[in-house]
Design a protein around this ligand. Structure first.
Ligand code: C2E
Ligand code: CA
Ligand code: CA
Ligand code: CA
Length: 277
């Protein structure tokens, strides 16, 4: 499908590679993207590592720009964060994802929504969540918010308070991309995360028998277990990787092997197909 693929945040450096004019044009188009109805969400399944049952879908934004064609989130999310456009975009994502899950999915399936630091630090984030939940009627227990460790770099207490307000509503919080960037185990004490998402780079390393990757995944799983947190392995692309991950005790798996991000209409098909199996 168009717009899918490697797009991991850190593989792009639009600020370095794109020239200023290109960036200015992209920003201009991004400013109008919501009102032009160019944003949409795709959803990728997260499965139970043992039963392979779907437990959740992660909402992943897609931009089908009239001016630029499909632009990957790895390219426009950093720009949206730099320009604060992530605030209205993020609010739209929250509304849309909660509504989709409440209206069209079985009630035992959660929805995972990515949230940028700017949304936590510069807005009344929990009010946005309350509104999305009440507008959609979604049970708060079905919403899992995904954040990265970068939320702790600036005003850690503001971010923590906003997330604790969401947890008080019944939502859960996952720590995304764990092991990349600024990892510090201290962050795990700052908030009662429900899930640690182990970055794809470790999954790949483990499948290639890298002793370091294997040791790190094992340690993260053991630590999560003793802290009462679950683990999700990201970016599992084949059965070999799935087997490796299962043997290391990760709780959940996400990756192309179990399903690519798909348009909302395809999600319903997944449920009917599974029910018929
Ligand atoms: P992420 O949150 O780590 O999302 C997982 C990314 O890995 C997605 O890229 C997904 O398509 C990709 N992926 C999943 N399984 C596999 C696999 O088996 N192999 C490979 N190679 N890749 C896989 P995507 O959709 O391009 O999103 C990139 C990043 O953009 C996300 O990384 C997230 O940081 C950000 N993003 C996406 N949607 C949103 C959003 O609504 N809000 C915010 N703030 N950020 C978003
Ligand atoms: Ca990422
Ligand atoms: Ca994520
Ligand atoms: Ca991730």
């Amino acid at each position: 499908a168009k717009g899918e693929g490697g797009g991991m945040h850190r593989e792009y450096e639009p600020s370095l590679h794109a020239n200023a004019e290109e960036k200015r044009q992209l920003e201009h188009s991004l400013r109008n993207a919501l009102e032009r109805d160019e944003m949409l969400l795709h959803y990728q399944p997260v499965v139970d590592a043992t039963t392979e049952e779907i437990v959740s879908f992660e909402a992943l934004i897609r931009w089908d720009s009239a001016d630029h064609g499909f632009v990957s989130p790895g390219k426009f999310i950093p720009l949206a964060e730099d320009t604060r456009l992530i605030v209205p975009i993020g609010t739209w994502v929250m509304q849309e994802a909660c509504r989709e899950a409440a209206d069209n999915w079985p009630t035992n399936i959660k929805v995972n929504v990515n949230v940028s630091p700017e949304q936590l630090l510069e807005t009344d984030f929990s009010a946005t969540v309350v509104r999305a939940l009440s507008d959609s009627g979604l049970d708060p227990k079905r919403l899992e918010i995904e954040v990265t460790e970068s939320i702790f770099l600036r005003d850690a207490s503001v971010a923590r308070n906003a997330l604790e307000e969401c947890m008080a509503l019944g939502c859960s919080v996952a720590l995304d991309d764990f092991g990349t960037g600024y990892s510090s185990l201290g962050y795990l004490r700052k908030l009662k995360f429900s899930t640690i998402k182990v970055d794809r780079t470790f999954v790949q390393g483990a499948a290639q028998q890298s002793p370091e990757s294997i040791a790190i995944i094992r340690a993260v799983v053991a630590m999560a277990d003793s802290l009462g947190m679950t683990t999700t392995a990201e970016g599992v692309e084949n059965e070999e990787e799935a087997e490796m991950i299962r043997s290391m005790g990760c709780t959940k798996i996400q990756g192309f092997h179990f399903g690519r991000p798909m348009p909302r209409d395809d999600v319903a098909g997944v449920f009917t197909r599974r029910a018929a199996e």
